[in-house]
Write a protein that binds this ligand. Structure first.
Ligand code: IPE
Ligand code: IPE
Ligand code: MG
Length: 242
């Protein structure tokens, strides 16, 4: 596959952990645990393929609505993941990052996040970004507040607010927009994920639940992506008349 036909940045809405567990008569949280294996395998494969970024939706601002026990389990699982995957991150030259209202996460998560980010900051391969306590609307609001402060301080005039400035105020200004947005477990919705950044992403929905989404499924998505024609509002070259 030539590089033009391969996405630089893949973003994934990892869904269906609960359904995976339910179909096996297991508690929901077993699905979350099994999903970690998919994270490892998919991240390793994206690193091997030389992609620039993989962004995984791990916890939304709306997910606090879930039962307290499930939320607590997810936070502890995240803490465990951040510690246990450090070796894997190093071995694969992965730079770890996170986006979201991170300061609202429990301090034991924030501490491990910071350690993993710090430890991997000089790595030069794939950027693995976890979206945690993330909401697309929240991100747009947070950027708007930052711009409003700049205007109030007299550093920016309202006429200077353009897409470039707006992007500089998002959580990860350096991230390229996702080329491919994958959602697992069949749901046809974006659930408040990267609302600004996915404006021209190709969408691929897999019926497979996240714990079963492994290397082979990733390649299916890449194969589908390679056949898409991206036009960004323009015309395909063959349709351009003189
Ligand atoms: C995705 O799986 C994981 C998170 C949102 C944290 P779900 O827990 O949403 O699984 P389903 O959708 O109930 O099957
Ligand atoms: C989206 O999954 C959020 C994450 C994957 C973290 P949800 O399961 O929370 O989304 P809805 O509720 O089905 O839209
Ligand atoms: Mg779900």
């Amino acid at each position: 596959m030539d590089d033009g036909r391969r996405p630089r940045h893949i973003a994934i809405i990892m869904d269906g952990n609960g359904r995976w567990a339910h179909s096996r008569d297991l508690p929901r949280v077993r699905g979350h645990e099994e999903g970690i294996q998919s994270v490892r395998e998919v991240a390793r494969e994206c690193a091997r393929l030389g992609l620039i970024q993989l962004t995984l939706y791990a916890f939304s601002v709306e997910n606090w609505k879930r039962p307290k026990r499930e939320v607590e389990f997810l936070m502890r699982l995240l803490e465990r993941f951040l510690v246990s995957e450090r070796e894997e991150i190093e071995e694969n030259n992965i730079r770890f990052a996170a986006i979201g209202r991170l300061h609202e996460l429990p301090s034991f998560v924030v501490d491990e996040l910071n350690r993993t980010i710090e430890m991997s900051k000089h790595n030069t391969g794939l950027t693995l970004c976890l979206a945690l306590n993330y909401g697309g609307r929240a991100e747009i609001l947070d950027a708007t507040r930052r711009i409003a402060s700049l205007v109030r301080e007299g550093k920016v005039a309202p006429e200077q607010i353009d897409e470039t400035l707006f992007e500089r105020c998002l959580y990860a200004p350096e991230m390229p927009p996702p080329d491919l947005l994958i959602r697992t477990a069949g749901e046809m919705r974006v659930s408040n994920f990267l609302l600004w950044q996915i404006s021209y992403a190709e969408i691929y929905v897999s019926s497979v639940c996240w714990p079963d989404f492994r290397r082979e499924e990733l390649h299916r998505a890449l194969e589908a992506y390679s056949k898409r024609v991206r036009k960004f509002g323009g015309l395909q070259e063959t349709n351009v008349e003189g």
